[in-house]
Structure formats: structure tokens, C-alpha cells
Ligand binder design. Structure first.
Ligand SMILES: NC(=O)c1ccc[n+]([C@@H]2O[C@H](COP(=O)([O-])OP(=O)(O)OC[C@H]3O[C@@H](n4cnc5c(N)ncnc54)[C@H](O)[C@@H]3O)[C@@H](O)[C@H]2O)c1
Length: 264
């Protein structure tokens, strides 16, 4: 079991949505929390709303700025002297048809969701290997398990994360490093509002599926529980999560269902 109390947890994408809820839940459960995203002001608000703000440190981080990661890790270590748990949660979604989306937008999604995530992990892992313990939890998505309309590059980036983390888990088993993949369905956050359209700009639209999705605070509780129980993978959401089983056991039926999906 991974203990949460008194552990140092670093959460990316902590300025809103699932990451914000995770920071609050971890603080409530007694962790020391480092919260990262690009906007300092938003992070300060999250810190102030945590159970124990004195044990929350703000560290701005842009997942596109891979060159900054080495110094960001040093800064993260300076707050509480360790990084026990890394929550790779920051990310951006997509709402555009593949054929209308420029390669530049495809690459940007891949840079943030895939390369940013694995580069930060690689920057943190030497410290975890040295302390011979650590836990890396990565927020993938249901579309890390199957493709869906309007999300081709997002689904590709999330699928790629599974390949990377399933592989590195085998390599670092003897160093006592755990890896958990989190696959949420529809969670009530601003993800669709911030999602990139074909022109590379945020859509600014709240999808119905998101608006009626699981509260981020409930999702955060599931993620912390999966951390504690060292799950390899956890699927979180409403009925949409059964898509994973349908794809696995009845792939032909799944293919028919998913292509008729009308909601963005
Ligand atoms: N909400 C859902 O339905 C849902 C479903 C599946 C997966 N997810 C995943 O959950 C994670 C959190 O998303 P959310 O739903 O809370 O949405 P959100 O838009 O509220 O949060 C995304 C977070 O990532 C940060 N971020 C985006 N680009 C960044 C960059 N370049 N550098 C640093 N930080 C950056 C944002 O600032 C924000 O803090 C994402 O990885 C997303 O793909 C969300």
C-alpha cells in the first residue's frame, strides 16, 4: 500500500478540474503537496483552499517547456526534501475531426500530453530510484483505451502513455517504483472548454457529456484510492466506462456503437 499521510505528492495540471480536486483531497488526507500548472495566480487560489496550505507549495510549470524540467525538479525537491508521488495530470484535449486538424495541432497535443508527461517523469525518476521508492500516477483517459470521434490526436497521445508506462513499469520493478494509469470517462471540468479545435484555439464550449459528468472531487477520491492500493490501472466514470469492456470482448459491436456517437 502507498501511504498518503506525510508523503510528498507533486500534482501537475493542478490549477483546475481533476488536478485541483486531487490537490485538495491529498491535502485533506495529510500529504505535503506541490501543485503545478502555468498560472501562478490560479495555483495560489488552489493552495489557499487546501486543508493545510502550509504544506502546499506552488511551482509554475509549462509542460511544453521540457528544457526547464531539470531545474523544476530541483525546485520541487527543495520544498519538502523529497518527491514520493508524481501525479502526471496536466493535459489538453481536442475537439476536431482528424482530416480538418493541422499537423501542427496534432504535434502540440502530443508535445503536452505525451512528451511533456514522459519528460517530467524521466526528470523525477532518478530521485525516486535513488530513494528506492516512488509512485507515478498518470491521468490517461477512456480514449487511452479506445479511439473516439473528434479526439484522434488526443486518443493517440493517451494511448502512447499506456505503451510508455506499461514498459517502464517492467524496467523499474526492482527499484520499487510503482506506476498507475488512470482512465477517466466524463468528468465535470473545463476540459472541453480548453480543448483545441482544428485551428489550434480552445473551443470555449462546455460539452453536455462533461457538464453532466462525475464531479471532479469524486474522481479525485477514486484516484487517491487507486494510489493507496497501487492499482496498475483504474477506469473511472459513469456508464461510458463499459466501453472498455465492450471494445475488449465485442470489438465489432463497439466499432458500430462508437461511430454513431453523436455527442462531442
Ligand atoms: N474531464 C474529463 O472528462 C477527462 C476525461 C479523461 C481524461 N481527462 C484528463 O484529466 C486531466 C486533467 O484534465 P481536467 O479534466 O481537469 O481539465 P482542465 O482543463 O480543467 O485541467 C487541465 C489542467 O492541465 C493544465 N495544462 C494544460 N496545458 C498545460 C501545459 N502546457 N503546461 C502545464 N499545464 C497545462 C491546465 O492548466 C489545467 O491545470 C487531463 O490530462 C485530461 O486529459 C479528463
Amino acid at each position: 500500500m502507498t501511504q498518503i499521510k506525510n508523503k510528498v505528492a507533486w500534482v501537475t495540471g493542478a490549477s483546475s478540474g481533476i488536478g485541483e480536486a486531487l490537490a485538495k483531497e491529498l491535502s485533506k488526507q495529510g500529504a505535503k503537496v506541490i501543485i503545478s500548472a502555468r498560472r501562478e495566480e490560479a495555483l495560489e487560489k488552489v493552495k489557499a483552499s487546501c486543508t493545510n496550505p502550509d504544506n502546499v507549495a506552488v511551482l509554475t510549470l509549462d509542460l511544453m517547456d521540457i528544457d526547464s524540467f531539470e531545474s523544476k525538479v530541483k525546485e520541487a525537491l527543495s520544498f519538502f526534501g523529497a518527491i514520493d508521488i508524481l501525479y502526471n495530470n496536466g493535459g489538453i484535449s481536442q475537439r476536431s475531426m482528424a482530416m480538418e486538424t493541422s499537423l501542427e495541432v496534432d504535434r502540440r497535443i502530443m508535445e503536452i500530453d505525451y512528451f511533456g508527461t514522459i519528460a517530467l517523469t524521466k526528470a523525477v525518476l532518478p530521485h525516486m530510484i535513488e530513494q528506492q521508492s516512488g509512485h507515478v500516477i498518470t491521468t490517461s483517459s477512456l480514449v487511452g483505451k479506445f479511439g473516439s470521434p473528434w479526439r484522434s490526436s488526443y486518443a493517440a497521445a493517451k494511448h502512447a502513455l499506456h505503451g510508455f508506462f506499461d514498459s517502464i513499469r517492467t524496467e523499474l520493478y526492482n527499484d520499487n517504483i510503482k506506476f498507475t494509469m488512470v482512465c477517466p470517462g466524463f468528468i465535470k471540468t473545463e476540459i472541453s472548454v480548453n480543448a483545441l479545435g482544428a485551428d489550434g484555439k480552445p473551443t470555449g464550449e462546455m460539452d453536455n457529456a462533461q457538464a453532466n459528468g462525475m464531479p471532479a472531487s469524486t474522481c479525485a477520491k477514486h484516484i487517491v484510492s487507486a494510489t493507496r492500493n497501487e492499482k496498475l490501472e483504474v477506469v473511472i466514470g459513469g456508464t461510458e466506462k463499459f466501453g472498455v469492456l465492450l471494445k475488449r470482448f465485442l470489438p465489432g459491436v463497439f466499432a458500430k456503437v462508437i461511430r454513431k456517437r453523436s455527442v462531442r
